[in-house]
Design a protein around this ligand. Structure first.
Ligand SMILES: Cc1cc2nc3c(=O)[nH]c(=O)nc-3n(C[C@H](O)[C@H](O)[C@H](O)COP(=O)(O)OP(=O)(O)OC[C@H]3O[C@@H](n4cnc5c(N)ncnc54)[C@H](O)[C@@H]3O)c2cc1C
Length: 199
């Protein structure tokens, strides 16, 4: 699936690298990284030669290789989305993972049957309702191979399972995998690191 959500059915066809169309034929914003749906503006850097860095950067981005963190400071600024834009695939993903991991971190050690049922319902709703449909479909496939039912019995088990599901997406996107022990999960999502910098 490359670095962005890409089609897993005929309704989502990429028009240029990284851009995914929704069922309405328009770019699907929550399936696409902003840098792909909003090409960089041309920006002259050398008045005499007329050369531009904007065009070069745009070509690199459209070739699918660029990421925000790999850009120069100027290009990074150009890629920065205004805060009131709809979320792209990355912002939606970060917000969703934050919600899910934090919810798991504060899930009870001994959940009641109702809490378990609600957690299961929440997790199972993602494949059906997640705004990035290709992402949701792949997550659903992963959940069918690794059913959540066995893992909602405690906060530690749920945190581990969710971390593994996140790692599955990380692997797909070529990102770093995380250690899924409760110590690592709590340091990131509940207590903060041992050096106290989050206190
Ligand atoms: C269900 C779901 C499916 C997705 N599918 C796709 C897809 O198919 N294609 C696509 O392009 N994007 C997908 N995304 C978005 C993608 O996972 C990232 O959210 C997005 O690329 C932004 O990545 P990021 O590097 O900012 O950090 P994120 O992956 O969003 O992670 C946020 C933070 O969580 C922490 N973290 C990282 N890994 C773990 C882990 N395993 N366990 C616990 N904490 C961790 C790190 O501190 C990280 O900064 C999906 C998101 C979700 C919620």
């Amino acid at each position: 699936m490359g670095t962005d959500a890409s089609p897993s059915n005929e309704q989502h066809t990429p028009v240029r690298p990284g851009v995914v169309l929704g069922p309405d034929g328009k770019p699907c914003k929550p399936c696409t990284a902003f840098r792909h749906w909003k090409p960089l503006k041309e920006k002259k850097t050398d008045g005499k030669s007329g050369s531009t860095t904007g065009t070069a950067a745009m070509m690199a981005a459209l070739a699918g290789g660029a990421t925000t963190t790999q850009e120069t400071p100027n290009q990074e600024q150009e890629y920065r989305r205004p805060a009131d834009c709809p979320p792209d695939v990355e912002e939606l993903g970060r917000a969703t993972w934050t919600f899910l991991h934090t919810t798991a971190a504060y899930y009870p050690e001994k959940p009641t049957p109702i809490q378990r049922a609600n957690m299961l319902a929440l997790l199972k709703s993602i494949p059906m309702l997640y705004a990035c449909k290709p992402c949701g479909n792949d997550f659903g496939d992963d959940m069918s191979k690794n059913p959540a039912e066995k893992w909602v019995g405690s906060r530690e088990r749920l945190s581990w399972w969710l971390c593994e599901r996140h790692n599955e997406v990380n692997r797909k996107l070529g990102k770093k995998e995380w250690g899924c022990g409760i110590k690592e999960m709590d340091a990131r999502w509940k207590d903060g690191p041992e050096d106290g910098r989050c206190e």
